[in-house]
Design a protein around this ligand. Structure first.
Ligand code: AMP
Ligand code: GLY
Length: 416
């Protein structure tokens, strides 16, 4: 089976690493890929928005399955385009991708389908938003830009001034462009968070072990929000909460997409808050999490590729994936200046011959002088597995200690 992955980040590097181990893989390809991914896959110079170019490549290379990593190509309809031409795709339709690309769509979908989530109101214009904020008595309150904003469109507002500033930034200054044409005003929830991903063919779902990412830049959840500074998998979820996740989140999601005729073959990712009133969905993503994937895939012992193909084929029912039984910790190393203004170009040393049982997934690196240099905000993640969190942490941080580049930032408390 020849496989094409779409994307270029750490998640796609991890997917390429895992798929590469499959005995049923023919040749692996990745568009656009990266220098590190090119060690595992052919990476032709085709843009991930070049739908015709991607289809032409699929036809020429006899691709049996396309696995779409990031949300942006899904939201632009790449899956529909390829499926329409008879190519098998792991990645939901454009309408399915709205569960991530529009907070309003996601919240209303949850509401219609009885999926537990925070109370919310959709605000369609700045004047109405100000009225609602003036009438709001309870702080903090959460304000979310409706559209995609690279994980930066959520503000926890401690008082009225912050709420008004969010409205001004999103709706008037349009710091995220059209993504801020509407906003969602949401009840603030408290509790621990976890991410649950499930593979789905639109009929049934196969839950992957739960993970937790660490979104803030600094130890102890201090500092600004980032795309994710590390992750651990699995995390313990009480049986009662797991039952709610299965029945009231994943099953109702499946009932919802079936009832609404949404073609969804791919991953549904539920970001969950375990509140005192029970688990609630904070957000849906329609793809593998990043950096969760770098911690989840290493604990999957079974062959992932046939499961991904089964999703695309609508034949997932009854499938299982064997786990290693270990815990994996993935620690992200970010560039100086991340997240505001990441510096590019620092040469990275210590990448070769990582200790046994550890892997380095590149997120933002470029080839330079026979080695690699930092070329993005999140530069790489070191993943390590161990019998428990403590041993996985020890291995991951041991491997990370050998890696150096100027201005490297990382958290010391991933998986604690
Ligand atoms: P989202 O992109 O919707 O997942 O939001 C990003 C982060 O903002 C989440 O991981 C939470 O930490 C936080 N967040 C989002 N919605 C809420 C909420 N209703 N209450 C408290 N925190 C939230
Ligand atoms: N780690 C959060 C995300 O992938 O959106």
């Amino acid at each position: 089976m020849n496989v094409l992955i779409i994307g270029s980040g750490g998640r796609e590097h991890a997917l390429a690493w895992k798929i590469k181990q499959s005995p049923v893989l023919g040749k692996l390809h990745c568009i656009p890929g990266s220098a590190a991914i090119a060690e595992l896959a052919a990476c032709p110079e085709i843009g991930q928005d070049d739908h015709d170019g991607i289809y032409g490549y699929c036809a020429a290379q006899n691709i049996s399955l396309v696995v779409i990593g990031p949300e942006a190509p899904l939201a632009r309809g790449l899956s529909d385009f390829l499926a329409g031409k008879g190519v098998k795709v792991f990645g939901p339709s454009q309408r399915g991708a709205m569960l991530e690309a529009s907070k309003q769509f996601a919240k209303e979908f949850m509401d219609r389908n009885g999926i537990p989530t925070a109370e919310f109101t959709v605000l369609y214009c700045a004047a109405f938003a100000r009225e609602k904020i003036a009438a709001n008595k309870k702080y903090p309150v959460v304000i979310k830009a409706d559209g995609l904003a690279a994980g930066k469109g959520v503000r926890i507002c401690r008082d009225e001034a912050q709420a008004l500033a969010a409205v001004e930034d999103f709706m008037e200054k349009r710091i995220f462009g059209a993504s801020g044409s509407k906003v969602v005003l949401e009840e603030f929830l408290t509790g621990r968070e976890a991410s649950v991903m499930a593979l789905t063919d639109g009929e049934s779902a196969l839950l992957l072990p739960a993970a937790r990412d660490h979104k803030r830049l600094q130890d102890g959840d201090a500092g600004p929000n980032t795309g994710g500074m590390g992750a651990i998998c699995p995390v313990e979820i009480p049986a009662g909460d797991m039952e709610i996740i299965r029945t009231e989140m994943i099953q109702r999601f499946l009932d919802g997409i079936k009832g609404e005729r949404i073609d969804f073959r791919g991953v549904i990712y539920a970001g969950i808050m375990f509140t005192p009133e029970g688990p609630k969905v904070l957000e849906f993503n329609v793809r593998f999490g990043d950096p969760e994937t770098q911690a989840v895939l290493p604990v999957i012992k079974g062959d992932l590729l046939p499961a991904l193909a089964a999703c695309a084929d609508g034949k997932l029912a009854g499938r299982e994936l064997e786990l290693t039984g270990e815990t994996c910790v993935a620690v992200v190393a970010a560039a100086a200046g991340y997240p505001e203004a990441p510096e590019k170009g620092a040469r990275i040393t210590g990448l070769f011959d990582p200790p046994a049982g550890t892997r380095i997934f590149h997120a933002g690196t470029a080839a330079r002088d026979g080695g690699y240099a930092a070329a993005g905000g999140r530069v790489l993640a070191v993943s390590a597995c161990g019998a428990d969190a403590a041993s996985a942490r020890e291995k991951a941080y041991g491997a990370l200690a050998r890696i150096k580049f100027e201005g490297m930032q990382y958290r010391r408390d991933i998986g604690l």
